[in-house]
Design a protein around this ligand. Structure first.
Ligand code: GDP
Ligand code: MG
Length: 162
């Protein structure tokens, strides 16, 4: 079984940056993975010799209109397809209502998810994550997707259960 990991969160938190880090822009041959649709962006990634699939999503804020609601719909479908969900938040912006709405949704769907506090480069990671404890998430990582900081150890932990 090849695990599928979805990247979700508000627009601009760094999902595509992390996607590119993990896949180094190799687009997945979706045809090789039955059950996945072509509507979302899939990438093939690898932890040592363990392959996995990453799904990038357009972003979800919980208050969408027009084209944004299509993006949000894609995010919800990616969540359903995923074996694990990486829920990204922005360390520099702190917790907001959209993050809380998405956390509620994930809990309601009974999806295993990990909170990923991104953009911790140049700031104190412990302080940055403290704000997000309020979400009541058990599994939390501090990373800097654009620098690759914390990314490998995060993926190792997420992949350990597959
Ligand atoms: P998405 O909308 O969630 O896909 O976010 P993007 O990946 O497009 O990133 C949004 C912005 O945040 C871009 O300007 C990125 O360069 C920036 N960004 C992403 N990751 C990091 C990070 O780890 N640190 C910093 N400082 N900026 C980041
Ligand atoms: Mg993006």
């Amino acid at each position: 079984m090849i695990p599928v990991i979805a990247l979700v969160g508000r627009p601009n938190v760094g999902k595509s940056t992390l996607f590119n880090q993990l896949t180094r822009s190799r687009d997945a041959l979706v045809a090789n993975f039955p059950g996945l649709t072509r509507d979302r962006k899939y990438g093939e990634a690898r932890l040592d010799d363990h392959p996995y699939v990453v799904i990038d999503t357009g972003g979800i804020s919980g208050d969408e209109h027009g084209i944004d609601s299509e993006m949000a719909e894609q995010s919800l479908m990616a969540i359903e397809e995923a074996d694990a969900v990486l829920f990204l938040v922005d360390a520099r912006e702190g917790l907001n209502a959209a993050d809380e709405a998405l956390a509620r949704h994930l809990r309601q769907r009974n999806k295993s998810f990990h909170l990923v506090v991104n953009k911790t480069d140049g700031i104190d990671a412990d302080v940055a994550v403290a704000d997000f404890y309020a979400l009541g998430v058990e599994s939390m990582f501090a990373i800097a997707a654009s620098h690759g900081r914390g990314v490998r150890s995060m993926i190792s932990e997420v992949m350990a259960k597959f």
